[in-house]
Design a protein around this ligand. Structure first.
Ligand code: ZN
Length: 404
């Protein structure tokens, strides 16, 4: 199968076409007269498919919110080709048997690559460590995301065992018993940094959102610690003054404008290594409840690129190359995934952002049952219009991409 993509924009190259033969990129630029399929991308910018290291797919256990099939279709639409799936599931992947349940479903239903996190503690209860040594052979990382491991002795022991198997921990840093939601984050960051320094474990902080947290992480990086952190599209683009209803409720919550500015600074200066969505579908009935009763979490896959592109790239705060590094190369490198290049000889795995056209994100277009997005109704640039993995076209926005 030979596929020609024409009228493409490539970062750092003058080539305006790309040829894929049997799933492998064979040419950048140049004509091709014997293609089986030709797509006109309308000058959309090709990027390697994004790697989202923080997502909640909800299956097994919470299929009424989302399934692996619906979530990975949503990811393909949004331009995400690799997902790391958080373990707050039923059963929690805290043993190889429980992990196998999730692995089987992924094999059966996933449209893009999905890598499960293993839970750090049994049932994510923070009481006993999971079967770290056995799980380490089958997962890229450990996390109890959704909750914080508040027993610091247990966390330290977990760090030592994960360090011994060469693994990495992704932390939902939110200390229980703090005075307010700000202290909950930066106190957990400070305490966990101390333990990470003591044990030497590779450590990753999820969804950092405060100036104080970024300061602590920047200082630890200066001291040479092996730590990274992620920032979400919503913490980069929305603040608490904008909250309208429960579709704006997530954890960590939206912060002050000065913290949004600190998050952007952190992304620019490298304190924040990557962007991750914290994609968290909930049923419509759950989110249409009273704000205080509604669960935390918002959708993220379909709006990561337009939200960040519109707020940060279109305005010149970061460039496309940086956007690509923060969404693909950096997370891939940190979590040991071999992916992130568009070059001759590489397997095709790319997306295409329409940076020229502006359109409004609508509830109707969302893949899956959940519609809990604060970006519904927002006019944005930079939507993904085309996703290709190997020979498969996983998503095509027909208004923009024409088959010639
Ligand atoms: Zn979390």
């Amino acid at each position: 199968m030979k596929t020609l993509l024409k009228n493409v924009t490539l970062i750092g190259s003058d080539a305006d076409s790309l040829t894929v033969v049997d799933g492998v990129i064979t040419a950048l630029g140049g004509a091709c007269f014997d293609a089986d399929r030709v797509f006109d991308l309308g000058n959309a910018t090709l990027l390697p498919g994004a790697v989202d290291v923080h997502a909640h797919l909800r299956e097994p256990g919470y299929e009424y919110k989302s399934t692996i099939l619906s979530a990975t279709e949503s990811a393909a639409k949004g331009g995400i080709t690799r997902i790391m799936a958080m373990p707050n599931l039923k059963p929690v992947p805290d043993s190889t048997d429980n992990l196998a349940v999730e692995e089987d479903l992924i094999k059966k239903y996933a449209k893009v690559f999905v890598y499960p996190f293993a839970a750090l503690t049994e049932g994510e209860k923070g009481e006993r460590l999971s079967d770290i040594e056995a799980l380490a052979k089958r997962v890229k990382a450990f996390s109890d995301d959704g909750v914080c491991v508040n027993d610091l002795k247990l966390l330290e022991e977990g760090m030592r065992r994960v360090k011994a198997v060469g693994g990495i921990i992704a932390s939902h840093a939110e200390r229980k018993g703090a005075c307010d939601p700000e202290e909950a984050e930066y106190r957990a960051v400070a305490e966990e940094l101390e333990l990470a320094a003591k044990t030497g474990v590779r450590y990753h902080f999820c969804h950092m959102s405060l100036r104080k947290s970024f300061r602590l992480i920047a200082e630890a990086k200066r001291q040479g610690m092996d730590i990274t952190c992620e920032v979400t599209p919503h913490h980069l683009t929305l603040d608490l003054s904008m909250i309208k209803d429960a579709n704006w409720k997530m954890n960590p919550p939206l912060r002050k404008r000065s913290d949004v500015e600190a998050s952007i600074e952190a992304l620019r200066d490298g304190t924040a290594d990557m962007i991750a969505t914290d994609h968290a579908p909930h049923a419509k009935s759950e989110k249409s409840a009273d704000y205080s009763a509604a669960p935390n979490g918002i959708l993220g896959f379909e709006t990561m690129f337009p939200a960040v592109y519109t707020a940060l790239v279109k305005t010149g705060i970061i460039d496309m190359k940086t956007l690509s590094e923060k969404t693909t190369a950096n997370p891939a490198k940190r979590f040991g995934l071999d992916h992130g290049r568009i070059a001759v000889g590489e397997r095709a795995e790319f997306i295409a952002l329409d940076t020229l056209g502006k359109r409004v994100y609508t509830e109707r277009e969302i893949c899956g049952k959940a519609v809990n997005s604060p970006y519904i109704g927002a006019g944005m640039y930079g939507f993904n219009v085309f996703t290709m993995i190997g020979d498969k076209i996983l998503y095509k926005f027909d208004e923009k991409v024409k088959e010639a």
